[in-house]
Design a protein around this ligand. Structure first.
Ligand code: 5GP
Length: 189
């Protein structure tokens, strides 16, 4: 039987993984976004069931106890995020390849569980200084949250050798082309 394929995209915050993920989804119709479960509150533009499955903490913990998650993490203080096994299966049953946009620890856990079918991609910011500039120009951070994100990013960058592919996001177009190349290689396999 052919192995189920999946694509894991991970990066420190601010490296541009969501934009690259969206680009890949627009290029390859075989890909389907894996909708994570989370306990964080819904942002105005987000739709339940499409961007995330928004769950109460009780419901999330019930899924943990039932062993329903492939992986889960408390990505931010008090906020849980996780990939449901049933979500991946739904996508495979539809004959598509799931794309997971998840944090670095979660990505390592998923990769360990699907060593044959997984392609893991780490989006690398050109440097910690450049990442700091990007986060600063986004204007969403206070001095304290900026420092926390930059420190976390530097820590996460130390894990990049765990992934199949490391793509440096110095220019968005170049990073997208490189991502297309490695995804196409997986799909053709
Ligand atoms: P946000 O709250 O901004 O949507 O996402 C915060 C972080 O959580 C991002 O780095 C995102 O990739 C990560 N994330 C989203 N879903 C999951 C998941 O199912 N598992 C893990 N481990 N991280 C996730």
């Amino acid at each position: 039987m052919a192995v189920n394929k999946l694509i894991i995209i991970t990066a420190p915050s601010g490296a541009g993984k969501t934009s690259i993920t969206k680009h890949l989804m627009s290029v390859f119709p075989q890909l389907a976004f894996s909708v994570s479960a989370t306990t964080r509150s819904r942002r105005e533009m987000e739709r339940d069931g499409l961007d995330y499955h928004f769950l109460t903490e009780d419901r999330f913990k019930q899924h943990i106890q039932q062993g329903d998650f492939v992986e889960w993490e408390m990505v931010y203080e008090g906020k849980y995020y996780g990939t449901l096994r049933a979500e991946l299966q739904r996508i495979w049953d539809a004959g598509q390849v799931p794309v997971l946009d998840i944090d670095v620890k979660g990505a390592i856990h998923v990769q360990q569980q699907y060593p044959e079918g997984a392609l893991s991609i780490f989006i690398d910011p050109p440097s910690v200084d450049e990442l700091r500039n990007r986060l600063q120009s986004r204007g969403t951070e206070t001095a304290a949250t900026l420092a926390a994100r930059v420190n976390k990013a530097a820590y996460e960058m130390s894990f990049k050798q765990h992934f199949n592919e490391v793509i440096v996001n110095d220019t968005f177009e170049k990073a997208c082309l490189e991502a297309e190349r490695v995804v196409k290689a997986l799909l053709d396999r």
